[in-house]
Design a protein around this ligand. Structure first.
Ligand code: PEP
Ligand code: MG
Length: 325
């Protein structure tokens, strides 16, 4: 099997009926980079910048951040890389940063919330990234956006830093694309406003499912209890694609769901065309894509979503079996 997947490395991810699917990888450290090329992915859909901060003993300086970002861009070559701004706080504690004790850290002062309250950290990171991506395309997204104005404020910070560098005669990126992660359910009711502002969206299904179901994503006792492949969450995921299409904004899904072939099939069936996953999942997901008649799946799945049934996962897996996916 592994060998079979390796052979697919250079095969484009196109379904039986000719739909091109963008299969991207999630990464976060330099050691991940060789896997991007080995996996035969179309780019990095999520680069978790907090990993550099989490493995460090002291706050990484701008120079170190910049070096990492430049190495990532160099390694990716012409393939796109989407960086995510620091997603720390809450349970991802940095020992060298003062933190407050919180009752519910996952719902706490974390990610963009912390970044906007204490912008020095985010501004440094943005400046490092602007330097690293000088002369190329820079893609950056913000985690845990809960209200659209948080995205506006983050965009302002980027604009301010870019203008600052330009004023001082530094080279800046040729193009800057800014996106929001959709992982807090409140955004589901602000999608129109959101797509009017962003250059792209990325669905963080790990957190989105955690918050939709109100289950701690790290609690193994609850892990099997609620199924993302059931009508409620699938309708929510479908709604995001629809809004993105209406707004003409590209959307990727970068949570663990994307790396499971059956779930990935379901995601394609509800309209996703770009998914980002752990490098080891690329082979199995690409094999699924190559054996899929997407038009047929869509015709079957779309009406299923509107039925009030409780066995969607079973139906999906029976569909995959009977259609040789
Ligand atoms: C997610 O929430 O789905 C996601 C991709 O980000 P993380 O797992 O790093 O929270
Ligand atoms: Mg997340």
């Amino acid at each position: 099997r592994q060998e079979q997947y390796r052979q697919l490395k250079d095969t484009p991810a196109v379904t039986l009926d000719g739909q091109a699917i963008s299969i991207l990888v999630n990464a976060g450290l330099l050691v991940d980079l060789p896997h991007v090329a080995e996996a035969g992915a179309a780019g990095i859909g999520l680069f978790r910048t907090e990993l550099q901060f989490m493995v460090a003993e002291t706050l990484p300086r701008i120079r170190e951040q910049q070096l990492l970002y430049r190495s990532v861009l160099d390694a990716a070559g012409s393939l796109p890389v989407t960086f995510r701004s620091l997603d720390v706080g809450g349970d991802k504690v940095l020992p060298y940063l003062r933190s407050t004790q919180e009752e519910n850290p996952a719902l706490g002062w974390r990610a963009i919330r912390m970044a906007l309250d204490r912008p020095a950290l985010l501004r440094t990171q943005i400046r490092g990234l602007l330097h690293a991506a000088a002369g190329r395309e820079m893609r950056l997204m913000f985690p845990m956006i809960t209200e659209v104005n948080e995205f506006d404020r983050a965009r302002d910070l980027v604009d301010r830093e870019r203008r600052h560098l330009e004023r001082h005669g530094h080279a800046v990126p040729d193009k800057i694309l800014l996106g929001a992660m959709v992982e807090v359910p409140s955004l589901l009711w602000q999608l129109e406003e959101l797509v009017a502002r962003v250059d792209f969206l990325s669905v963080g299904s790990n957190d989105l499912m955690q918050f939709l179901f109100a289950i701690d994503r790290t609690n193994s006792q609850l892990a099997e209890r609620f199924d993302p492949l059931s009508p409620g969450p699938m309708r929510a995921l479908r709604r995001i694609v629809e809004a993105a299409e209406e707004g003409g904004v590209p959307v990727t899904l970068c949570g663990e769901l994307a790396g499971d072939p059956l779930s990935a099939m379901a995601l394609l069936g509800i309209g996703y065309r770009s998914i980002s996953m752990a490098p080891a999942a690329v082979g199995p997901v690409k094999a699924m894509v190559l054996s899929l008649d997407l038009g047929a799946l869509e015709s079957w799945l779309r009406p299923e979503l509107h039925k009030p049934h409780t066995g969607l996962r079973k139906e999906l897996s029976a569909y995959a079996q009977s259609h040789g996916v």
